[in-house]
Design a binder for this molecule. Structure first.
Ligand SMILES: [Zn+2]
Length: 78
């Protein structure tokens, strides 16, 4: 499928693709350049510390899973 970039650098993701991927307005996308290709994929938040995708909370924009949050809570002032 061929799409054109508009004067502001935007490209419309075809409706069928958005439905197939479950994308809704405002959803974040990871955009990367990969060997001369521009790739986009739905962004899935992951735990900053262990990489788990079971993010249960966030602090300053960084995701945290329940296990890492529990581990951090158990830390005593060092
Ligand atoms: Zn974690």
């Amino acid at each position: 499928m061929i799409k054109r970039i508009d004067s502001l650098g935007r490209v419309v993701v075809p409706k069928g693709y958005r439905i197939m991927l479950g994308l809704k307005p405002g959803d974040p996308l990871d955009i990367q350049i990969d060997g001369g290709k521009l790739t986009m994929r739905p962004h899935k938040s992951s735990c900053t510390f262990c990489g788990s995708q079971k993010v249960s909370s966030a602090y300053m924009g960084k995701g945290l899973c329940a296990e890492c949050l529990k581990a951090i809570k158990s830390l005593r002032g060092a």
